[in-house]
Every structure is written in structure tokens, then in C-alpha cells.
Design a protein around this ligand. Structure first.
Ligand code: ADP
Ligand code: MG
Length: 332
């Protein structure tokens, strides 16, 4: 099968919202009047971001999910995406499953594949996603990293640490009971981007970021962009699906041999969570709760933004913890 047959068979579908989809030199998109385009790009490289034997359906899902997560963090509504794909060979069952996982998530978010590039080479997937953010009185409603203010509450959606727990277990570094591993692995391989929450937080959150590299580093980006500091109640963060089974710490109940310090590390520096971390003025507490409810997304307050720079970590008793948690960095 040649390059063009492959594109036609697995990726080309009739354009729906785009003015022009796959098949010409460019796609044509028409953002709604009074909106800005939000654009983001993420690459997944075999051996770096996924194992060679990963389920292709999950891979198709995750490649788009990590991009939709960036749109969510900006409060943008998904519109369209492009797919640049390097494939070592034409493996039809693999392509069927990859495209299946990709389009299932794309359709769930009404986000259309409008173009891309296909070459032979080591497996590599690069998606660029386009979203829409409204302008109100000429002002962008996009959620930025730079808007946090002293006194704001700090919130996180969902739970943190399960993706890293699954990764550690799959790498043989940790033994995890099968049902917990199944749930944690779902978080690693099929993350759910918080697209509805991001849009619901427009005009409410003062700053937002999605958690891809771990909370320590990603919160650091908000603090740097906003030029402020923060205090985090670490033990409110330690609440992963694996850690808590029927609200009993699984480290005790479920046979996972981790200390509290290791649970804290998973939550603070795990990475690959694709939850939203955001700030909002205390005057917005009811609005945040309403946004969480409307988007059916659990949200927890885990700390506060402070005027003094730096990051302070407190345990359950309010004691300061040493700041020893490093986030993921490809070149560190
Ligand atoms: P060009 O030569 O102009 O780069 P290509 O021959 O690479 O165009 O691609 C032909 C058409 O197929 C273009 O519209 C391009 O956007 C689309 N396309 C190529 N690869 C993919 C892909 N993996 N997924 C979706 N569309 C693709
Ligand atoms: Mg091309």
C-alpha cells in the first residue's frame, strides 16, 4: 500500500466543520466570528513516551488526548487537528486500531482531522491541535499561566500519581495488585483531557496549566509566569485511585509497598496525569464548584497563592516538608 492509499484508507474522512479538509495543499479552517485560534503541538516518540508494544488503540487515544489537554488548560474548545506520522512499516491491523482510538476521542470532542504528513521512519506521532477561545469586548478569554494573584486558591482536578504508579509497575520497579494496576494503567494509557472543565473555568480561573510533567514543575511554570509563590497542602494531593481503595490507603490495605514519602512523590512529581491545575480568587469559590459540577469533574483546593516567591510544601499537621521533588525534564 502506498502513502496516498494509506492516508485515504485510514485517515481521510469527509470534512464536517472545516471549510476544506484532507486532500489539498492546505486545510481551511473558519474560526467563528469573535473568537481566537488556540494552537498547540505535542509529539510522542517510541521509547520516550510509550513502549513499542503499547496497544495501538490506546496510543491513538493518548496522542490526541495530550493535545486536547493543552486546549483544556487554555479554556479552548477543540476544533481540528493535524497528524504527522512516521511509520516503520504499513501494518494494517495496527493502523486500524490506531485510527480507531484516535477518531473515537476526536469524535467525542467534535475535533476534526484536517491534514497531516506521512513518512517512513521510526514510529513518531506529532499532532497539532486547533481550538477556539471567545473574545469578550476584544479581550481574550483564554486561561493563561500568568494570571495567578496572591491570595488565590490553588485547585487540582481529579487525582494525581496513578500514571506514574502504573509506569513504575510496568517497568518492574514496584509490585501492584492486578485490579489497581488495571485502573492505574488506564490513567497512563488512556488519559481523559479535562476539556469541559477548562471551558467552564473561563472567566473564573485566574491561571491554569495542564499537568503533564508533574505538579512541582508545572506549578513552577505558573509561579514563574505570574511572579508569585505558593503553599501546597501535600497530603490533600495524595489521593490517587491506587492509593485509596474505598478511602483506605492501599499502601496498607492493598499490598502496595510504598511509604507516605513515596506516595507524596507520585502525586507531586509523577507526571502524565493530564489533570488541570488552576488558581481562582476566593470570591470565585461558588463559581469553581459550579464549573466542576457542570463539567462533572472532581476538583479540590490544595493550597494557596502567596505574595512571597517560592513554593512551600506542608504536611497534614502544617509542618514544612523539604522540597525534594523534581519534575520530568527531557534534558535534565
Ligand atoms: P504535500 O505533498 O502537500 O505535503 P501530502 O502528499 O503530504 O501533501 O499529503 C496529501 C494530503 O493528505 C494533504 O492534504 C495532507 O494534509 C494529508 N495527509 C497526509 N498525511 C496525513 C495524515 N497522517 N493524516 C491526515 N492527513 C494527512
Ligand atoms: Mg507531505
Amino acid at each position: 500500500m502506498g502513502e496516498f492509499d494509506l492516508i485515504a484508507r485510514y485517515f481521510k474522512r469527509p470534512a464536517r466543520r472545516a471549510a476544506l479538509g484532507i486532500g489539498d495543499d492546505c486545510a481551511l479552517l473558519q474560526p467563528a466570528p469573535g473568537t481566537q485560534l488556540a494552537i498547540s503541538c505535542d509529539m510522542l516518540v517510541q521509547g520516550r513516551h510509550f513502549f513499542a508494544d503499547v496497544n495501538p488503540r490506546s496510543l491513538g487515544h493518548k496522542a490526541l488526548a495530550v493535545n486536547l489537554s493543552d486546549l483544556a488548560a487554555c479554556g479552548a474548545k477543540p476544533l481540528a487537528f493535524t497528524l504527522a506520522l512516521a511509520l516503520p512499516e504499513v501494518n494494517e491491523p495496527w493502523l486500524t486500531d490506531f485510527a480507531g482510538g484516535l477518531f473515537e476521542l476526536a469524535d467525542a470532542h467534535n475535533c476534526e482531522l484536517v491534514g497531516g504528513d506521512t513518512t517512513a521512519g521510526p514510529l513518531n506521532i506529532c499532532i497539532t491541535v486547533f481550538g477556539e477561545v471567545p473574545l469578550v469586548n476584544g479581550r481574550s478569554q483564554a486561561l493563561l499561566r500568568s494570571g495567578a494573584r496572591a491570595g488565590d486558591d490553588l485547585y487540582v482536578s481529579g487525582t494525581l500519581g496513578d500514571a506514574r504508579l502504573a509506569l513504575n509497575a510496568l517497568q518492574g520497579k514496584l509490585s501492584v495488585p492486578a485490579p489497581i494496576l488495571l485502573a492505574a494503567r488506564q490513567r497512563l494509557e488512556r488519559p481523559s483531557p479535562r476539556v469541559a472543565l477548562g471551558q467552564a473555568l473561563r472567566g473564573i480561573a485566574s491561571a491554569a496549566i495542564d499537568l503533564s510533567d508533574g505538579l512541582m514543575g508545572d506549578l513552577g511554570h505558573i509561579l514563574e509566569s505570574s511572579q508569585i509563590g505558593a503553599t501546597v497542602q501535600v497530603d490533600t494531593l495524595v489521593q490517587s485511585i491506587a492509593c485509596y481503595v474505598d478511602s483506605t490507603p492501599a499502601g496498607i490495605q492493598g499490598g502496595i509497598d510504598l511509604s507516605l514519602a513515596q506516595w507524596r512523590t507520585l502525586a507531586l512529581a509523577g507526571g502524565d496525569d493530564y489533570e488541570l491545575l488552576f488558581t481562582a480568587s476566593p470570591s470565585q469559590r461558588a463559581a469553581v464548584a459550579a464549573a466542576a459540577q457542570a463539567s462533572q469533574t472532581p476538583v479540590r483546593c490544595v493550597g494557596q497563592i502567596d505574595a512571597s516567591p517560592g513554593l512551600r510544601l506542608l504536611d497534614r499537621q502544617g509542618q514544612v516538608l523539604p522540597n525534594q521533588y523534581a519534575s520530568f525534564d527531557h534534558f535534565a
